[in-house]
Design a protein around this ligand. Structure first.
Ligand SMILES: Nc1ncnc2c1ncn2[C@@H]1O[C@H](COP(=O)(O)OP(=O)(O)OP(=O)(O)O)[C@@H](O)[C@H]1O
Ligand SMILES: [Mg+2]
Length: 229
């Protein structure tokens, strides 16, 4: 079953001179897959993730997620759609600095308002546990290190159990032990929960943990390697 289908995605930045960053990208990602995207700096990886995550709507082509054509939908629709189906892990994690780690993680679930607070809280603590920062749950984000905040942002991205998790170098700030913990968690949500993970990484060892590696160059996908069926 397909979770994401992108057809002929073309993205042009108009400034300072028109520059075609994405030159016709088509890809299909199955539910439960763990996909990584690699490629040289500047080849368009982050730009592609912004399109795939519905945050950037200024592109040509068609994007379908969870059987919904999201291309052409208005911002209200997309904000709600993302809350329900998509979790993001970005390089700059944007935690609310005055709020506790636990409150940061709980926020997307409270916004969605679909589950009893107790259940969400238990899941949040479980995620913080797996990220090794449960003991920091009640401290304000600003008191945590960059790597701890990064792991909290990962827990926040996963709290609503989104069908699609998108990450731009999610392990970029982490040491090898915490990188392994994040990869274990991402692999297990694919395997056990049927969630789908798409990440950009510069780390070959991180890519090697995924089911499929897509290689980008100059705004195109130029190759793929399937590591598991
Ligand atoms: N807002 C923008 N306006 C104009 N050009 C941009 C803009 N954002 C990115 N670009 C250009 O688009 C190209 C692709 O950028 P992108 O951030 O997608 O690269 P990337 O593959 O993620 O690189 P990195 O590995 O360094 O993160 C780069 O040449 C960049 O300069
Ligand atoms: Mg990038």
């Amino acid at each position: 079953m397909t979770i994401l289908d992108a057809r002929d995605i073309v993205k042009i930045f108009p400034e300072p001179v028109p520059f075609q960053v994405l030159r016709g990208i088509s890809l299909t990602i199955a539910r439960g897959e763990f996909v990584s995207i690699v490629g040289k700096s500047g080849c368009g990886k982050s730009t592609l993730l912004y399109v795939l995550s519905t945050l950037d709507t200024d592109y040509r082509g068609t994007l379908t997620i969870a059987d919904t054509v999201v291309t052409g939908k208005d911002q209200d629709f997309l904000a709600h759609f993302r809350g329900e189906h998509i979790g993001f892990i970005f390089q700059f994690h944007f935690l609310l600095q005055e709020f506790t780690i636990l409150d940061n993680v709980l926020l997307p679930a409270l916004k969605l308002g679909k589950e009893p607070p107790d259940r969400v809280r238990d899941r949040a603590m479980g995620l913080l546990e797996r990220m090794g920062i449960a003991d920091c749950a009640h401290r304000p984000a600003k008191q945590l290190s960059g790597g701890q905040q990064q792991r909290a942002a990962i827990a926040r991205a996963l709290i609503n159990q989104p069908a699609l998790v998108i990450g731009d170098e999610p392990t970029g700030n982490l040491d090898s032990e915490n990188t392994a913990a994040v990869l274990d968690l991402l692999s297990s949500i694919c395997r056990d929960m049927g969630q789908t993970v798409v990440i950009v990484t510069h780390d070959r060892e991180v890519a090697a943990r995924s089911d499929r590696i897509l290689t980008m160059a100059d705004g195109r996908i130029i190759g793929q390697e399937r590591r598991r069926p």
